[in-house]
Design a protein around this ligand. Structure first.
Ligand code: ADP
Length: 253
């Protein structure tokens, strides 16, 4: 055995410091690159509605005075593009929000599920099937944020499919499992990896028509993970998709 000399020890400490410092730099660089990417994707998404608004305003200026049809078409297009920009900005702000500010409280996930299913069957002329394995499944979290997650999953299921949508909630060990199932077109394996990425849409034109921004699932995933949970997909092309949200149960002790 050889005793570590004071000199050796300081060398070791210096090495440790270097490793920590390099790790910190890597972490900062990675986050900076992610931020840069987000800003560039966000600007890209905003460019289209902005240029549509601009071209319709120019058209109105040039030929709108004595053309009521053109005026109507232009104002409608401008309004719908403004709606789109509003949705994009609201969703981007949600992603940028400080997660630590949310208040977590225990609540019954079944109640939230039932309420969401009722809201969707009222709002769309669609069959929404609701299954719950118990009357009460307590979890600890932000009701508002988790309502938003369910809203995103249900909205996609209704948007991308034509038949009944099933929302089911059950206990699985120490976890609560929420599954949203549709019989829509399904998602290919290659796309399954990407749908949780910001701004990713499988079919850009269809998604844009239905008001999609490509941000919904990335927001849902951030919220799920902030609650110590996960969000995943299982899907077969031509058959449909199941989006599964798993959350830790609220254990009183
Ligand atoms: P969007 O606002 O476009 O719906 P999301 O992040 O919620 O954005 O979803 C990303 C993409 O994943 C969608 O554009 C769509 O192509 C695909 N997708 C999401 N849910 C489903 C589903 N239930 N069935 C088929 N495709 C889906």
């Amino acid at each position: 055995w050889k005793k570590i000399s004071a000199e050796d020890q300081s060398k070791d400490e210096l090495y440790e410091m270097k490793v920590t410092f390099n790790r910190m730099i890597d972490y900062l660089r990675e986050n900076f690159e992610k931020q840069e990417m987000f800003v560039s994707d966000a600007s890209h998404e905003l460019k289209t509605p902005i240029s549509i608004v601009k071209s319709y305003s120019q058209l109105m200026k040039r030929r709108g005075a004595d053309n009521p049809e053109l005026l109507e078409e232009s104002t409608e297009a401008i309004e719908s593009q403004a709606d789109r920009m509003q949705k994009l900005v609201e969703q981007m702000l949600l992603l940028a929000k400080n997660k630590n500010q949310e208040v977590y409280e225990p609540f019954n996930l079944i109640e939230l599920g039932r309420f969401t299913a009722e809201t969707f069957s009222g709002a769309y002329a669609r069959e929404i099937v609701f299954h719950a394995s118990a009357e009460m499944i307590q979890i600890n979290g932000s009701y508002d944020q988790l309502e938003q997650v369910l809203y995103i999953l249900m909205d996609n299921a209704v948007k991308y499919s034509e038949e009944a949508v099933t929302l089911s909630i059950r206990k699985n060990g120490r976890y609560a499992e929420v599954a949203v199932k549709d019989n829509g077109p399904g998602i290919s394996e290659a796309d399954q990896e990407k749908i949780f990425d910001r701004f990713y849409r499988v079919d850009k034109s269809r998604s844009r028509e239905t008001g999609g921004t490509g941000l919904g699932l990335s927001i849902a995933k951030v919220i799920a993970e902030a609650h110590g949970g996960t969000l995943s997909v299982s899907s077969t092309v031509g058959k449909g998709s199941v989006l599964t949200l798993i959350l830790p149960l609220y254990l009183e002790n």
